[in-house]
Design a protein around this ligand. Structure first.
Ligand code: ADP
Ligand code: MG
Length: 210
C-alpha cells in the first residue's frame, strides 16, 4: 500500500481532527494560561471544517487533499495558528513528490519550513516549532537509518512529545504568550501540544502503510 495517497492523507486529517476534538478543552486551558483561551476551539472548528470539505470534494490527488485542508484552515481558524497550520499543509502539498515514506517526510519538512518562514520563529521560542522540528529530525533520521515507516513515525511522535514537554520552562518569544515575558515560563505551549497531536495522528493513521 502506498503511504502518500489521498486515502492515507485523508485518514491522517481525520485522526488529527479526532484528537483535537478530544483534547479541545485541554488545549484551550493551556492557551488560557499564556494566551487568550481560544486554541482548542479554533482548531476544533478548523479541523472539523477541513473534514467536511474533504467529504464534500473527495479530492483524488494527494496534494489536493493537503491543499483543501490548508485553505479550509486558513479560512476558518482564527488567531496565529490558523495561517500557520494552513501554511504547513500548503507547503507540504507543494512538496509532495512520490508516494512512499520518504516523500511523506519531505512534505512534512517542507511544511515545517513553511511555518518557520511564515511565523519567523525559531526553535526555543516556545511555539509549535518546538514539537514539529524534532519530529521532522527524528523522522528523517529513522528513515535514513532504514527503519520502517511505522517505527519512524512512532519515533517522530515521541520526539514531538519531548519537544512539547520541553516548552514548559521556556520563555515565549513569539505570539501572544510573548506578551507575558518571563511569566510565560512554567506553562506548556498550546501550539506545541496540538502539533504533537498532528504527528501522533500520522503515526496512528499511517501505521501499516508503506
Ligand atoms: P492566538 O495566539 O492568535 O490566539 P492560537 O491560540 O490559535 O492563536 O495559537 C497559539 C499558538 O500558535 C502558540 O501556542 C504557538 O505555538 C503558535 N504560534 C504563535 N506564534 C507563532 C509563530 N510566530 N511561529 C510559530 N508558531 C506560533
Ligand atoms: Mg489563542
Amino acid at each position: 500500500m502506498t503511504v502518500v495517497d489521498a486515502a492515507g492523507l485523508t485518514a491522517w486529517v481525520h485522526e488529527f481532527t479526532r484528537l483535537v476534538h478530544e483534547q479541545r478543552d485541554a488545549l484551550t486551558q493551556l492557551d488560557a494560561a499564556i494566551g487568550d483561551a481560544d486554541h482548542g476551539a479554533n482548531l476544533d472548528r478548523g479541523t472539523a471544517a477541513a473534514v467536511a470539505a474533504l467529504e464534500a470534494q473527495a479530492p483524488e490527488e494527494p496534494a489536493a487533499v493537503l491543499k483543501t485542508v490548508a485553505t479550509t484552515l486558513i479560512k476558518t481558524v482564527g488567531g496565529a495558528s490558523g495561517p500557520l497550520y494552513g501554511t504547513f499543509f500548503l507547503r507540504a502539498a507543494g512538496a509532495l513528490d512520490g508516494d512512499d515514506g520518504a516523500a511523506f517526510a519531505t512534505a512534512v519538512r517542507a511544511g515545517y519550513e513553511g511555518v518557520v518562514a511564515r511565523g519567523k520563529a525559531e526553535r526555543g521560542d516556545k511555539t509549535m516549532l518546538d514539537a514539529l522540528g524534532p519530529a521532522c529530525d527524528a523522522l528523517d533520521e529513522a528513515l535514513g537509518a532504514g527503519k520502517p515507516l511505522d517505527e519512524a513515525l512512532r519515533l517522530a511522535a515521541d520526539a514531538a512529545a519531548q519537544g512539547r514537554d520541553a516548552t514548559v520552562p521556556m520563555v515565549a518569544r513569539k505570539g501572544r504568550a510573548s506578551y507575558l515575558g518571563e511569566r510565560s515560563a512554567g506553562h506548556q505551549d498550546p501550539g506545541a501540544t496540538s502539533a504533537t497531536l498532528l504527528v501522533e495522528a500520522a503515526a496512528t493513521a499511517l501505521a501499516g502503510r508503506g
